[in-house]
Design a protein around this ligand. Structure first.
Ligand SMILES: *Cc1c(COP(=O)(O)O)cnc(C)c1O
Length: 417
């Protein structure tokens, strides 16, 4: 991977023709160390947020050696870049062949279930294995999160006790509960509330859990979305755990995706055309900008361009812009608003920040675009939950606008397993 000190150095030296994923392994390292030091349990990285090999390697070198995986390709990736790591197959619906391969070829022992049928399937596909760790995924409320992860998965409260009991009987190893409070969860108390829901299900089933897995959902910083300090999330989880009916050796796990990697990557896109209040870029919603289109997230931006014979960062005279991506599909539109100088020109470069989570991971090759190169830089991300940079990103519009955006995003219960 090529290295530059800053994105500006990259633009000066290369004037890249293709979109560039600008990566900051130091930001991922800092986040990994924060979770290692502050979360009082085991941290599993949710690989889907960003499956880049450099991410896996940065996490492993900073102590995160457990992975939440959802498919055989994700398992292969971890086996290759984090040999010997612990993997938990947390997708509640798996194919028989994926279960067998995970169990027999990759040594995976931890599997999530949210139905009796899936439990039977796992028992069958592992040849009646008794050494499974079975995690029962509960549906919980996603109040305060940008994306719900309970719409598609999770057993509901009145069916949970029977499934917990069945899982308890099916294994001599660990039986646990898991849930996901929703991605980009802005409310720390959501964890404590979900844990109390889990506790009620366990009491009703009359079983103890060996593992309480609080899932992902830990937030990052985006314009107009400044989350509470992550320490408050850990406090809420500690309080929730203290109130649960568990035994002394019960383990606490979490599965952060976004919070570990959001700061770790930007995209550098080239302006191919300026038309009215729109900029046509060489990356878009079929590339790394899915959320900018489908959830209308106004990611933070910077502009670099050549003026008077010198390539520099341009910051004066900001106005709101919309972006179009490179494909012929009209959906390939990002309403923003993205605040960039009035004087944007064709051939300038836009750095779109905070795209380390669910950015590059969502890239497709639709319409012949999406081929992205990756370079490493050493400067700070545009914002940070971990003290590398400022904690909030001002949005030149009123914050109330962004509250509207968040609730609009929330009402779109979309994707993500
Ligand atoms: C996506 C996912 C995560 C990670 O969620 P974030 O909101 O990115 O932290 C964790 N666990 C499961 C089961 C997931 O599907």
């Amino acid at each position: 991977m090529h290295r530059y000190h800053t994105p500006l150095d990259l633009v000066r030296e290369r004037l890249p023709e293709r979109p560039v994923a600008i990566v900051r392994p130091d930001a991922v390292a800092l986040a990994a160390r924060w979770f290692q030091e502050n979360f009082k349990g085991d941290v599993f990285y949710a690989v889907k947020a960003n499956p880049s090999p450099w991410v896996i390697e940065a996490l492993v070198s900073n102590g995160v050696t457990s992975f939440d995986v959802a498919s055989i390709p994700e398992i292969e990736l971890c086996a290759q870049h984090a040999p010997g790591s612990r993997m938990a197959f947390m997708h509640p619906v798996k194919s028989r062949s994926a279960i067998s391969a995970a169990y027999f070829d990759y040594g995976v022992r931890t599997f999530a279930i949210d139905t009796h049928e899936e439990l039977a399937k796992i028992q069958d596909a592992t040849g009646g294995a008794r050494d499974l760790n079975l995690m029962v995924r509960l549906a919980v409320s996603a109040e305060g999160a940008a994306y719900s992860l309970s719409g598609k998965f999770g057993v509901d409260a009145h069916e949970a006790p029977a499934l917990l009991l069945a899982a308890r009987r099916a294994t001599q190893e660990l039986m646990g509960v898991s849930f996901h409070v929703g991605s980009q969860c802005m409310r720390p108390t959501a964890y404590q509330a979900a844990m109390s829901q889990a506790s009620r299900a366990l009491v009703r089933a009359g079983v103890f859990a060996d593992v309480v897995d609080v899932g992902g959902g830990f937030p990052s910083v985006y314009p107009g979305m400044t989350p509470p300090d992550l320490a408050q999330y850990v406090d809420s989880i500690d309080r929730g755990f203290a109130e649960m009916m568990v035994h002394e050796t019960t383990e606490l796990w979490c599965e952060p995706g976004r919070a570990l990697v959001a700061e770790g990557s930007s995209i550098l896109a080239k302006v191919e055309l300026r038309k009215g209040d729109a900029l046509y870029l060489n990356d878009g919603s079929y590339g790394s900008l899915f959320d900018a289109t489908h959830s209308r997230w106004p990611f933070p931006v910077k502009l670099y361009g050549e003026r008077d014979g010198e390539v520099r960062q341009l910051e004066d005279g900001l106005k709101p812009w919309r972006f179009y991506g490179p494909t012929c599909d009209s959906i390939d539109h990002m309403p923003g608003p993205f605040w960039l100088p009035e004087d944007v020109r064709e051939g300038d470069y836009v750095e779109i920040g905070m795209l380390g989570a669910y950015g590059v991971a969502m890239n497709t090759r639709f319409n012949g675009y999406g081929d992205t190169e990756t370079v490493e830089v050493a400067d700070a991300p545009m914002a940070s939950m971990f003290g590398l940079a400022k904690r909030s990103i001002a949005s030149p519009r009123q914050d109330s606008q962004n509250v509207v955006k968040l609730s609009r995003a929330r009402s779109k219960k979309r994707r993500r397993k």
